[in-house]
Design a protein around this ligand. Structure first.
Ligand code: NAP
Length: 359
């Protein structure tokens, strides 16, 4: 097994560090090509303020807060595949994003929830929303209020949203503008095709409009979500620019090695949704063993694994304590062997939906 020690460059103007993933991606791709082995990334100097560099030159904070919650029953959209519909309703979405961005001074309307606000802080700078979650307005408003109240520049927050329907170029243009208006943030940091449904032409049309929006500057970085290798290959063959990000379910019980390999080889940074396996394997013996060894919570083992794989974990919680606690993953490091062992726990566990084989 090969390990990488990642080059970490100081950013002069900030206390953050930037990990040059563009270079790493090439290096990783080289390793994949030469050895076909899983590659581990050891990042002992990462902090919550660290960012990965995307293939388009933009930077993405290494830990994201996902603002979705299962609200409705599952909806069947294609044979044998099911999609959970998400929404954190207005006030909850606003509150959770505020908690994620900062805690101690920004939860005054929610004082009843907080006993010790002076000592509690989260500090995420990366918020993941979607047209589908129906909370873009609340996420945007929380970010705007947070920035206004703290003097934090908008540019310090990374905001993602996603296209719900792949319904043609014109419909996608309209959807992007609607998402932009909903969040009120002036631009969207990352815009994703939420899923590969609709067939090749629908995906190409959506992508064309998204590329156009990036050229216009209303969207900074662009990507895909939950695509299979076939979907990615076909999109690349259109000759349109490649996605910079691929957001997909990744955790020790769903490692998706072929998709990870293909995405990485084509310069895509992987965002891991369901990075906690939706809580379904918190009591797995090896997770518990590592949690005991490092005196950490099981959730920390999941999130640290994700970071060390070079992914950007997205983590969701509706609990203030957990939102904060889930950031405590930068003070320990799993060994190479432990990450390999976690990889071997793969059981292709689908925690929500899996359209990677859809037409
Ligand atoms: N692109 C896509 O298709 C897609 C699909 C799904 C999700 N996502 C994104 O990824 C984000 C995260 O994914 P996810 O919500 O599916 O799953 P997740 O983050 O793996 O799991 C969330 C679950 O874990 C629980 N949890 C959180 N912190 C915990 C802790 N420290 N200990 C124990 N349990 C904990 C939460 O419960 P509590 O709320 O009770 O804390 C919630 O039930 C979403 O919010 C969304 O932004 C994207």
């Amino acid at each position: 097994m090969r390990c990488l020690n990642v080059l970490i460059l100081p950013v002069p103007s900030a206390s953050s560090i930037t990990v040059t993933v563009t270079g790493i991606a090439e290096f990783v791709a080289g390793i994949f090509r030469s050895t076909q082995q899983q590659t581990l990334i050891l990042m002992s100097s990462l902090t919550l303020q660290s960012k990965f560099k995307l293939s388009d030159g933009n930077e993405i904070p290494v830990l994201g807060f996902g603002d979705s919650v299962v609200r409705f029953v599952f909806v069947k959209i294609v044979p044998m595949q099911f999609i959970g519909t998400y929404e954190l309703d207005g006030q909850d979405a606003y509150k959770s994003v505020m908690w994620a961005l900062e805690v101690n001074t920004h939860c005054k309307p929610y004082d009843h929830c907080i006993a010790h606000t002076d000592t509690l802080q989260a500090g995420y700078r990366h918020i993941d929303s979607a047209e589908w979650y129906e909370n873009e307005r609340e996420c945007g408003r929380a970010i705007q209020d947070f920035c206004a109240e703290t003097g934090t520049p908008r540019a310090e927050i990374f905001y993602t949203t996603k296209l719900k329907n792949n319904a043609g170029v014109a419909a996608t243009r309209k959807a992007i503008r609607k998402s932009l208006a909903e969040c009120g943030l002036g631009y969207i940091d990352l815009y994703l095709i939420h899923g590969p449904w609709g067939g090749p032409q629908a995906r190409k049309d959506a992508w064309e409009a998204i590329v156009e929006a990036q050229k216009e500057g209303i969207v900074k970085s662009i990507g895909i979500s939950t695509f299979g290798v076939g979907h990615m290959r076909e999109l690349l063959e259109t000759g349109l620019p490649a996605p910079a990000v691929h957001q997909i379910d990744l955790h020790p019980f769903m490692t998706r090695s072929e998709i990870v390999k293909f995405s990485t080889e084509h310069g895509m940074t992987l965002e891991a949704w369901g990075s906690l396996a939706r809580g379904m394997r918190m009591k797995h013996p090896y997770i518990l063993e590592l949690a005991t060894k490092y005196r950490k919570q099981p959730a920390h083992i999941f999130l640290r694994y994700s970071l060390q794989k070079g992914f950007v974990p997205l983590v969701k919680s509706s609990s203030q304590n957990r939102i904060i606690d889930n950031t405590h993953i930068f003070d320990f490091e799993l060994s190479t062997e432990e990450v390999v062992q976690l990889d071997s726990s793969n059981e292709n566990l689908v925690t929500d939906w899996d359209p990677t084989d859809s037409p």
